[in-house]
Write a protein that binds this ligand. Structure first.
Ligand SMILES: [Zn+2]
Length: 464
């Protein structure tokens, strides 16, 4: 008998979950999961309507708001419906309805969105092309016919990138010769913030990912980038351009800035409710970054100050825009011919390397000297007087190359990650030169001032 068995220790009482009812069981109690099962309305043993709520991030003090929009859950048909004698032909039709869809962070993003579904565990994802947003009722809905051969059925806002996959990615980097992995800090909940260093060139290139945990696109991007830079898919062997890039640059890569939010299934916040991409400078009396509120940013910025930065990209996903795009430093006080030239040439090369990138559509650039310095890429472009951009990828289908059945995918995010190497290589000789290189840029490298408007925007966004 161990001492434990005699212990009088008591445990807090956990309220029993609601009894299972209807033909399907819903759960999001796993890494990155997010949903609240409100109720199931049963029409018949093989037809029902499942009502759901997207769960909320913690309160965000600086913005005085509560973010939400990311969802990811599992739905399984319960026995005996598909386990009975008619198993081979059995099917259950379920209408899924998110009934608080109009109370999320960006309700205007729902028109044109399509829910991701995987019917074979988490192995492959496609889209529910008939996802419907009803603005009057505030509902997002789709139908799924569950069939007996489905392993496990998952639904989500975009393909999930779990913390386990992140840990596996970092471990693969750690085990690769020529790649260094260091833990440079910890999150509020004591998860590691890892910095991956590769290359030994004089230029310092930093790429940060997934400050916003619900933007899983960003970590697929990191996986593609690291696969190319570190040769993760070929025992450390790399292509010729990557070899040259590792001689020109030292790359500093943070694959996940927000492991706590990633584990909890949040859209934009860390465990304490901080929106990390507003924590890179004080805002009025609000101090940032701080160890109490945003250690993830505090440690990364401290390391950037120690090492220095010659060029920078911050990787995100955008709920509304059906495009890949970059948002630049137009509002920073150091914006001028040099940064404009660098940004134009960088984006020109990026588009040539990967046709999923484009120049014309982005957020409307900030007014001169109007940049929010608490936003990461503005802070870095200004602090280090360097090329600094935010890169956004879509949740929706990508309008430059539509594929409605799959939408934009994790695999395409990864390929954009690989191709950012081409874009940085194109501008490497200009990053720190005193020469007026911008006078001689080719037509394809010229800066294009982007617009937030595009053809089809009105129907896509549901605007009047
Ligand atoms: Zn973001």
């Amino acid at each position: 008998m161990s001492a434990l068995s005699k212990s009088k220790k008591t445990f807090p009482k956990i309220p029993a979950p609601a009894p299972l009812s209807g033909p399907v069981a819903i759960s999001s109690n796993f890494c990155g999961g997010n949903i609240v099962h409100v109720k199931t309305v049963v029409d018949s043993p093989t037809k029902c309507r499942v009502e759901l709520h997207v769960d909320q991030d913690p309160y965000t003090e600086l913005e005085d708001t509560i973010h939400s929009q990311w969802f990811y859950f599992k739905s399984n048909v319960m026995d005996p419906i598909l386990g009975g004698p008619d198993k081979a032909s059995a099917e259950v039709t379920v209408d899924y309805v998110i009934t608080n869809a109009n109370r999320v962070a960006y309700p205007s993003a729902w028109p044109g969105s399509s829910v991701c579904v995987s019917v074979n565990g988490k192995k492959s994802w496609e889209r529910k092309t008939k996802t419907d947003y009803n603005k009057e009722e505030g509902t997002l809905s789709w139908q799924h016919v569950h069939r007996q051969y489905e392993e496990g059925t998952y639904f989500s806002f975009f393909e999930p990138y779990t913390l386990d996959r992140h840990i596996d990615l970092v471990d693969r980097c750690r085990a690769t010769r020529g790649v260094n992995v260091s833990v440079i800090g910890r999150s509020l909940e004591n998860r590691h913030i890892e910095l991956i260093t590769v290359g030994n060139g004089p230029l310092k290139c930093w790429i940060n990912h997934r400050q916003h945990p619900g933007e899983t696109q960003a970590e697929f991007f990191a996986e593609g980038l690291l696969t190319r830079l570190c040769g993760l898919d070929d025992f450390g062997a790399v292509d010729g351009l990557t070899h040259k890039a590792r001689q020109a640059f030292t790359f500093y890569i943070v694959p996940n800035m927000n492991p706590d939010g990633s584990a909890h299934g949040y859209l934009r916040c860390n465990a304490g409710g901080a929106n990390l991409n507003r924590e890179w400078a004080d805002t009025g009396d609000y101090k940032a970054p701080t160890l109490e509120r945003s250690p993830e940013v505090y440690y990364v910025l401290k390391k950037m100050d120690e090492v220095g930065v010659d060029c920078f990209a911050d990787i995100h996903g955008d709920e509304e825009m059906p495009f890949n795009f970059i948002a630049g430093a137009e509002g920073c006080t150091n914006w001028g011919p040099r940064l404009r030239g660098l940004q134009g040439a960088f984006l020109g090369a990026y588009c040539r390397a990967n046709s999923d990138m484009q120049k014309e559509v982005s957020y409307d650039p900030e007014d001169p000297n109007g940049a929010n310095m608490a936003v990461c890429s503005n802070q870095i472009a200004s602090r280090f007087d360097c090329l600094g951009i935010t890169l956004e990828m879509p949740y929706k289908d990508c309008y430059t190359c539509p594929d409605p059945e799959r939408g934009f995918t994790g695999g395409r995010c990864a390929r954009l990650g690989m191709n950012i190497v081409d874009a940085f290589m194109h501008v490497k000789d200009w990053l720190r030169t005193e020469e007026p290189f911008w006078d001689d840029l080719g037509a394809d490298d010229q800066y294009v001032r982007p617009k937030e408007e595009w053809e089809g925007k009105a129907t896509m966004m549901g605007q009047e």
